[in-house]
Ligand binder design. Structure first.
Ligand code: FAD
Length: 1014
């Protein structure tokens, strides 16, 4: 395993960052509180200042921008607030009127807009409400057929276009409040002389090189424009500046791509910094997701140490107080200022991505969160960091970005008479707070962070702001809520902490405790340099241990012995308490977690799995063990059923006999163990045959199965290919087969089983799919691109759930193709043992050959839209380049093509129904993706499509055990779903025992009953 270690990780102070990354929240918050030893006089002064500020803001609310008031009226907790956010997010970017109308109908019809009318003091809010209410009424879906007819007639005459225009206009008005100008010149003109400015070019993180070039040019042009307005000898502190997002300058701004980022991005960031230096204005690097902090620091340190930038004090970095690392990060920055002999600008923010940080850590099963789970903890951190920043004022220029009046009051009190710092606020927010502050204290400075860009680019930013302001804990939200007493807004956070029973949020469990009834599988944090270093060491050791000997197929005698032993051991195993069987699975889960590096190394060397896929593979296996252990305890206990008195009626599940488990190479550990553990815990003995391409993974897993306590006789491993499989399934001792693989092989197994002169066996088959994804024009294209890349090309497309047919509404097809092709250029294809690799090899030369035949066919019958270039050093018969073809009909793809090829088909929005029929008509029904912001449409499609797993507005691979039970219908499998509530029962047979308890004499218990009813 190989990854690039960043220089920054060697610097003094970095270890403290590592230690704080996922530190225990309670102990860290106590440490921060201990920094805030304020005297009673300080405490009182802070509160008095805060009280005055809040009171004045409340008194002046009529002068507010209107947006604050809008947020207040439409809180996120109200249905209408959510609707508003969804509309704002999607409407402006939909190109076709049909979809725009459907979106408006979908969103507006559901809100109770009338209830908000006249509630706000703001004219802007009431006008917006009125517009929304009217639109909602007009667009409300009508139940009766006659009603719908009338509606359509009305819409055709003029209704819908008018409504659409009105709502779009309302959204534009809202957008204007948050955006300073569409162009930098427009924004510069709108400046208010009371404030300083830092301009930001709107946009999502770049997905393609051309996008990153576009952002680069926009930043450069803006620096020129800003610079030209600055008089000579103005310092960066006094001059307007620029804020840049490094993710906008590189399409793969990720730690795994550190090599590329350092060589490709630093020169670009340097060029912008040189430009800013030329005009002597400030350039601040924005703070992004927590797992990008190391990269950001590495780039920032490179700029700080660049001799060409020496003597310029305009270099700045935003740091997030909601990150546990923030307090220690300031020491590292002070160290950097010292070593680079410059004063750095440091913008202290609380952080804008809190919700996604929490979700990401939960998905990855990480040991803890990189951010605090309670708002009050972030507030404490902010105060402790502010205090430290002021202490470092000679090295770091403090910039306090907040809209919170209490936070402002605390900083003013901590600063005393010191004034060499500034406050910052976002354009469209916090105006009333800072207007009064600046009016009363002429020596205070506030800078406005001013987004510049078109409405299309605004949306992600706008949604962030709406979320931020709408949150119940948000200060902006609470200050305008008359129901919230002033005193509740000005509590000292570090004193509030003392009254908490538990410091971390009780409703945000640690990722490992996500499930109420079982332990979540532990993830490996591939963004933590310490973890990476450890993994690399373990990996090396494991590679030396891996026995590369050829594993010869089991002989007929071996197979016979395995079947006979399994058969003989069945009864005892079935009679074993379910508790003991379940415990064996839990032991196995523990062993798997201990052995993760070895298993990952095996999956990579033998199965070509990338590092990320390797982590997911082991986690899935662990989850199967724990989930089936839990299910078995629930399902396999004897139940007493109601019946007449004098009888004991009991029912139970028990094992069926010998189960043969035949698993594929693409999930050599997870599917192998998923089948085997389900069969075992249900009381069956097992003969397992892994794919002939991946025996070593299976041998390692088999060792662990036995170590976990499963008797040797009960679980038998046989090796071999198709012939071995045939030999197994035609044996009359076999009670059931669990199979995952091709539809053709499943059919053949079915026939073999049926042809035996034996009891009718159970077949649980999970087979392939012709998986499709529908993308309508309301979808967020950047997200679609990410999800298509993952669904179609991750694991080199060798997943049964992988995306094969991408149906795209024609209005957005060209744009999506452009984005997809650009993003495909950025895929890293190569050795799967490198952390940077996105796409590894296909499994063998045979698979490569089949894929080549298919692309030969496509080359004559479809249009190749993108074929990734392969690095020259790769063996050309194993590495198949990811490809995007445009086809003209679903019929062109008759069967599953197991590799990194996505077939794109345009559809007209009116033909959506027909396309769904065609997908259903293929007979397959495994996974299906929907990308649409129109909820009713997504629901309708999901209800019509005959697929086992439907994913909305996300990727369509990587089903999680117990969360997204996995398996298809029709040609895609028999069910029940793996990792689902009904899986185990298919491995079991039932027995009911009815005992006449009165047989020996009379019904004593009935006779013994007393006369009262208690
Ligand atoms: C000039 C400026 C520049 C900015 N630049 C950046 C940037 O580069 N990167 C960035 O990420 N953000 C940036 N922001 C956005 C900033 O993070 C938010 O505006 C800020 O967090 C809001 O804090 P507040 O003090 O105004 O409001 P408050 O209402 O006091 O705080 C709200 C904040 O508390 C935190 N929070 C909320 N709930 C919880 C919880 N349950 N547990 C823990 N913490 C919680 C979140 O950070 C939330 O944003 C910037 C803001 C400004 C004003």
């Amino acid at each position: 395993m190989h990854y690039t270690r960043l220089d920054i990780t060697e610097t003094e102070g970095y270890q403290a960052l590592l230690d704080a990354y996922r530190v225990d929240e309670a102990s860290h918050v106590k440490r921060l509180c201990s920094q805030l030893q304020w005297s009673q006089a300080t405490l009182d002064e802070v509160q008095q200042r805060a009280r005055d500020l809040v009171a004045t803001v409340r008194a002046n609310r009529r002068n507010g921008s209107g947006v604050d008031a809008l947020m207040q009226e439409y809180q996120l907790s109200s249905d209408e607030g959510v609707v508003l956010m969804c509309l704002a997010e999607a409407l402006l970017r939909i190109p076709d009127s049909d979809t725009a109308d459907r979106l408006i109908e979908d969103k507006l019809a559901s809100g109770n807009w009338g209830s908000h009318l006249g509630k706000s003091d703001s004219l802007f809010v009431n006008a917006s409400t009125w517009g929304l209410m009217l639109s909602g009424r007009i667009m409300a879906p009508l139940d009766t057929e006659q009603g719908q007819h009338v509606f359509r007639q009305f819409a055709q005459r003029c209704g819908e276009p008018m409504v659409r225009q009105a709502v779009r206009q309302a959204m534009r008005i809202m957008a204007r409040h948050f955006v300073m100008g569409r162009t930098i010149d427009e924004a510069l003109k709108r400046r208010d002389t009371d404030y300083r400015y830092s301009f930001d070019m709107l946009g999502e993180a770049a997905r393609t090189q051309p996008d990153s070039q576009r952002y680069f040019k926009a930043y450069a042009a803006s620096i020129h424009a800003i610079g030209k307005t600055v008089a000579e000898h103005t310092s960066p502190i006094k001059a307007p500046g620029i804020s840049i997002k490094l993710s906008a300058l590189h399409p793969r701004y990720e730690l795994s791509q550190a090599d590329r980022v350092m060589t490709e991005l630093i020169p670009k960031a340097r060029e912008l910094a040189l430009l800013a230096r030329r005009y002597d204005i400030g350039l601040t690097v924005d703070a992004e997701e927590a797992d990008r902090l190391d990269l950001t620091l590495a780039v920032f340190a490179a700029l700080a140490h660049d001799p060409a930038l020496s003597g310029w004090d305009g270099l700045g970095l935003a740091v997030q107080a909601y990150q546990k690392r923030c307090f220690d990060l300031l020491d590292l920055l002070a160290e950097l200022a010292l070593s680079s002999q410059r004063r750095l600008m440091v913008r202290l923010v609380k952080g804008a991505y809190w919700d996604s940080e929490i979700k990401r850590a939960q998905e990855r099963g990480l040991a803890s969160y990189p951010v605090f789970t309670r708002k009050v903890c972030t507030d404490v951190s902010y105060l402790a960091c502010a205090q430290k920043l002021l202490n470092y004022h000679e090295l770091l220029y403090p910039q306090f970005a907040t809209h919170n009046a209490y936070t402002v009051a605390a900083i003013l009190t901590l600063a005393g008479d010191y004034r060499d710092f500034e406050f910052q606020r976002l354009h469209g927010m916090g105006g009333p707070l800072y207007d009064q502050l600046l009016a009363n204290s002429r020596d205070l400075v506030c800078r406005v962070y001013a987004p510049v860009g078109s409405h299309e680019d605004l949306l992600p930013y706008l949604v962030r702001r709406l979320l931020e302001n709408g949150a119940n804990t948000s200060f902006v939200n609470r200050i305008l809520d008359d129901q919230a007493p002033i005193e509740s807004l000005i509590q000292h956070p570090h004193l509030q902490i003392a009254s908490l029973e538990k410091i971390s949020h009780p409703r945000i469990p640690l990722p490992v405790e996500l499930y109420p009834d079982r332990v979540n599988s532990a993830g490996i944090d591939l963004h933590d340099t310490e973890t990476l270093a450890a993994l690399q060491g373990d990996w090396k050791r494991e590679l030396q241990r891996i026995n590369s000997a050829q594993h010869s197929p089991s002989s007929d005698a071996d197979i016979e012995r395995a079947l006979a032993t399994a058969h003989a051991s069945f009864e005892d195993w079935d009679a074993t308490e379910v508790e003991q069987r379940a415990r064996c699975l839990e032991n196995l889960a523990r062993l798997l977690e201990v052995e993760t590096p070895r298993l990952m190394a095996l999956c990579t060397t033998e199965g070509g799995k990338t590092i990320t896929d390797g982590v997911a593979e082991v986690r899935e296996a662990v989850d199967f063990c724990r989930y089936y252990a839990l299910q078995a305890r629930r399902e396999f206990t004897v139940r007493t059923l109601p019946g007449p008195t004098g009888e004991l009626n009991q029912w139970r599940l028990r094992g069926k006999g010998v189960f043969v488990c035949i698993s594929p190479w693409n999930f050599p550990l997870a599917i192998f163990l998923g089948q085997v553990t389900a069969a075992l815990v249900a009381g069956n003995s097992v003969v397992a045959k892994p794919a002939e391409q991946t025996p070593a993974v299976a041998i390692a897993a088999a060792e662990l199965i036995h170590q976990a306590g499963i008797p040797k006789e009960v679980f038998q491993l046989v090796l071999g290919g198709e012939k071995t499989g045939r030999r197994l399934v035609r044996d009359s001792r076999v009670a059931g087969v669990a199979f995952t693989g091709s539809t053709a092989a499943a059919r053949s197994i079915n026939q073999s089983l049926a042809a035996r002169d034996a009891a009718i066996a159970t077949l649980i088959a999970e087979t392939g799919g012709l998986n499709a994804m529908i993308v309508d024009s309301s979808a967020l294209l950047e997200q679609v691109v990410t999800d298509v890349l993952q669904s179609g090309f991750q694991s080199a497309g060798q997943r049964c759930s992988a995306l094969r047919i991408l149906l795209v509404q024609e209005d957005i097809a060209d744009e999506l193709i452009r984005l997809l092709a650009g993003a495909m250029d950025e895929l890293c294809i190569g050795d799967p043992a490198r952390l940077a690799t996105d796409v590894g090899p296909v499994i063998d030369a045979e698979a490569y050959e089949r894929l080549t035949q298919h692309t030969d066919f496509l080359d004559s019958n479809a249009r190749c839209r993108k074929r990734c270039a392969l690095p020259e050093e790769l063996p050309s018969t194993l590495y198949f380049p990811p490809q995007l073809y445009e086809i003209t009909s679903i019929d062109q793809i008759q069967e599953e093509v197991f590799g990194p090829i996505v077939h794109l088909l345009r559809y007209h929005s009116a033909d959506l129904d027909k396309r769904i029929d065609e997908i259903n008509a293929t007979g397959y029904g495994l996974t299906f993706g929907i990308h649409s912001r129109i909820d009713s449409r997504a629901r309708l499609i999901a209800s019509r499509i005959r697929a086992g797993n439907v994913y909305v507005n996300r990727n369509m691979i990587g089903a999680i055990v117990g969360v997204q039970p996995f398996g298809g219908t029709g040609l895609s499998g028999t069910g029940p779903k793996a990792g689902g509530p009904h899986y185990l029962s298919r491995f079991a047979t039932e027995q009911s025992i009815s005992t006449n308890t009165t047989a020996a004499g009379g019904n004593a218990s009935l006779m013994a009953m007393s006369d009262d009813d208690s």
